[in-house]
Design a protein. Sequence first.
Length: 155
Amino acid sequence: MVLSRFRSPRANDNWLISLLAIMNAAAMQLALNPSHPQADARLVLRTGVVCLRNIAEVWRLPFEPDPSPDTPIRLTYEEFAGAVAHVTAHGYAVERAPEQAWPHFSGWRVNYEDLAYRFAYLLDAVPAPWSGPRRTSKKDITPVTPVDRKPNVSC
């Protein structure tokens, strides 16, 4: 129980926010590119869900063990579409349009969103996009994307 409350010595780092970001990336991969290999992304989601549920059991927090993929989530379609626009603008190829991918993404996210948001609130984790409300009134800290630099090579 003590380790789940661990805070990083760096103000902008938190294990929960990192886990949530990785799980969201896996859910986006599965939703946007169904013909790509799925085993790794499914494994990420499964281990993340198991992790959050195991911690919830230790904290005695109730959760829905088998949510319907049609259960509404708190993340909005507009937020999802904005993220898809962001990644495609940076060269990420997708097979499905955001409106086609949304039901698949939300069907994955319904398995972890509620617990992730509840933990983020309880831990007062660093505020980040797609991670729910906090007890403090801090604004989300948006990740800084490094510049994609390529070496000058002539062949």
